[in-house]
Design a protein around this ligand. Structure first.
Ligand SMILES: [Fe+2]
Length: 162
């Protein structure tokens, strides 16, 4: 694995394949920031995979990742509804498929299958990179910064139904 040392924390390393890059920017800062956090959580989980004794930390990081993905999707979907985005059905379907997959992997890890997450960071980043390019890029003509609920993700729970 090709890694670089993170100067702010020399105990951890960054896998360049898991890093958010400017070419993934949609130019909508609220959405870009959500994506950046998800990529950083994937990196954190990758680093925890290299420290197998840290199960409690890993479980917490997975729960945070799951919540961030879930509420990020809610944020996008609320904005799609607000602007009556015409392709929202397929977009929301793709969100639900991915969230179900992520949830199932995390459930397996929290059961007794610790190997279930061995490739999760790359799966998450790979899915988001493709989704941003193929799906999110289509709504950027429709959704503007002020169509989005910019509150921290945890505040979106009121409208959410799992
Ligand atoms: Fe999306």
């Amino acid at each position: 694995m090709n890694t670089t040392i993170n100067p702010s924390n020399p105990c951890s390393s960054n896998d360049p394949d898991l890093m958010w890059t400017e070419e993934l920017s949609l130019g909508i800062s609220i959405i870009d920031n959500d994506h950046k956090v998800i990529f950083e959580l994937a990196q954190l989980i990758q680093n925890l995979l290299d420290a197998p004794s840290k199960h409690v930390m890993t479980e917490s990081a997975l729960a945070i990742l799951e919540d961030n993905v879930f509420f990020h999707f809610i944020r996008e979907e609320n904005a799609m509804n607000k602007v009556r985005y015409p392709n929202k059905s397929i977009h929301i379907y793709n969100h639900k498929q991915f969230y179900a997959r992520l949830h199932s992997i995390v459930q397996s890890y929290n059961g007794d299958s610790k190997m279930a997450i061995f490739d999760l960071p790359h799966l998450v980043v790979g899915w988001f990179a493709k989704h941003i390019a193929a799906e999110d890029s289509k709504y950027k003509k429709w959704i503007k910064e002020n169509d989005l609920d910019g509150r921290p993700l945890g505040f979106l729970t009121e409208e959410a139904t799992r």
